[in-house]
Design a protein around this ligand. Structure first.
Ligand code: CMP
Length: 140
């Protein structure tokens, strides 16, 4: 069983799509192993996206991710990292396949509805960045 971090971004929460997104994960065989509804501080968002620090969109991305609440989740299942990435679709919603979460719920490249870890290394870092061991199913 693999774990991956998923974030429902502020635009999808504003648009009332939390349930639609979670139910899609469950229908596709992923389990919600942890969940937290929170409003990120600037420091927490900057730390999360630290690998993009030098990119021109970094400041705007941090402002967007702190503009409203987010839903942080750990998804668990066989091949969860790749499966979540398939369900989300391409980062840029204009390039996302029909029926993917980003095609359905993104507003723009920045407000692209969901985030998902891109590798086992980033999943490990991202899950432990937001969740304590005793907050994740199977580790209570
Ligand atoms: P996410 O999967 O959360 O990872 C980094 C985020 O930066 C990405 O989704 C987009 O929301 C945002 N972003 C904004 N501009 C770009 C860009 N040019 N390339 C990649 N990501 C971008």
């Amino acid at each position: 069983m693999e774990k991956t971090l998923s974030i429902i971004k502020p635009n999808a929460i504003e648009d009332n799509n939390i349930g639609n997104i979670i139910s899609r994960f469950e229908k596709e065989g992923l389990r919600i192993a942890a969940a937290k509804f929170t409003h990120l501080s600037k420091e927490k968002a900057e730390g999360f996206y630290i690998e993009h620090k030098e990119r021109p969109f970094f400041g705007s991305l941090v402002s967007f991710m702190t503009s409203g609440p987010v839903m942080l989740m750990v998804l668990e299942g066989d091949n969860a990292i790749m499966k979540n990435r398939e369900i989300m679709g391409a980062t840029n919603p204009e390039e996302a396949a029909e029926g993917t979460l980003r095609k359905l719920y993104a507003k723009s490249l920045e407000a692209n509805a969901v985030h998902g870890s891109d590798s086992p290394q980033s999943a490990e870092r991202e899950v432990s960045y937001f969740f304590d061991t005793n907050e994740v199913l199977g580790r209570f």
